[in-house]
Design a protein around this ligand. Structure first.
Ligand code: IPE
Ligand code: IPE
Ligand code: MG
Length: 237
């Protein structure tokens, strides 16, 4: 049965995967256990998005500000990322997900950078796209785009008057990716925390009280239903 416009999932869903630490605390577990449960939730939701026919899933995994956390916690998150990417590389044929990475990967350890690079290259022919935001910050993304554009002007490849919203978009990590229609933030916090500042200009935000490790396909259904109840006007009437 064809899905009507009113029930069809958005083409691009973005998620701020928040609440791992509180989930662990509630159980008397170390924060890293919360991140491990968060990685499980990601696998579950990425699979579900594929079943629904979502074309792009962008997930906030580690922000430019998350380096402020303890060295132990950061190392624990990096270890989980490494494990996840190794697994993804092994199961690539089965999952058929195209991996992209948004963020300044140069600050990650060389082995993690290498894993990201291999995951991107080996999956480039698949079509469901997961954009992993690693050492990502919305402001940082705009700064690096401005810097690259300025360099192109200095090199004589561009003129400053040429710059439009469309052209600037091509300098962002998200070049070629449509803006997300829906951005979900679980955990009860109601802020963007530097996520997709440019791309979210007209996104619908859904804030939910569930903690990310508990996030289920039913929660995603609920967020999509809420999205369909919104009246998107884009500044019109
Ligand atoms: C999100 O969960 C994961 C990362 C930011 C890496 P948190 O670790 O922020 O969990 P809370 O917000 O402390 O509960
Ligand atoms: C946002 O969550 C970053 C990720 C989920 C990766 P944070 O937990 O870092 O955000 P704040 O500190 O609550 O704003
Ligand atoms: Mg948090």
């Amino acid at each position: 049965m064809a899905l009507s416009e009113k029930t069809k999932p958005p083409r691009h869903i973005a998620i701020i995967m928040d609440g791992n630490g509180r989930w662990a605390k509630q159980r008397g577990l170390p924060r890293t256990a919360g991140h491990a449960a968060g990685a499980e939730a990601f696998r579950r939701i990425a699979n579900y998005c594929r079943t629904l026919g979502v074309e792009y899933l962008t997930v906030y995994a580690f922000s430019t500000e998350n380096w402020k956390r303890s060295a132990d916690e950061v190392a624990g998150i990096m270890k989980l990322l490494r494990r996840y990417l190794e697994e993804a590389l092994r199961d690539m044929e089965k999952n058929r997900v195209r991996f992209c990475f948004f963020g300044d990967l140069s600050k990650l350890s060389p082995d993690l950078q290498e894993l990201c690079c291999r995951a991107r290259k080996q999956s480039e022919d698949y079509d469901v796209q997961v954009n992993f935001c690693l050492n990502y910050g919305g402001r940082d993304e705009i700064v690096q785009a401005a810097r690259r554009f300025a360099q192109d002007v200095a090199d004589g490849k561009r003129r400053s008057e040429e710059l439009t919203e469309e052209l600037l978009s091509t300098y962002l990590y998200s070049a070629d990716v449509p803006d997300p229609e829906l951005i979900i933030r679980p955990s009860g916090e109601k802020r963007t925390s530097n996520f997709l500042l440019w791309q979210s200009a007209y996104s619908e935000y859904v804030f939910m009280n569930v903690l990310w490790p508990d996030f289920s396909p039913a929660d995603l259904d609920e967020a999509i239903e809420e999205y369909h109840r919104r009246n998107r006007r884009f500044g019109g009437v």
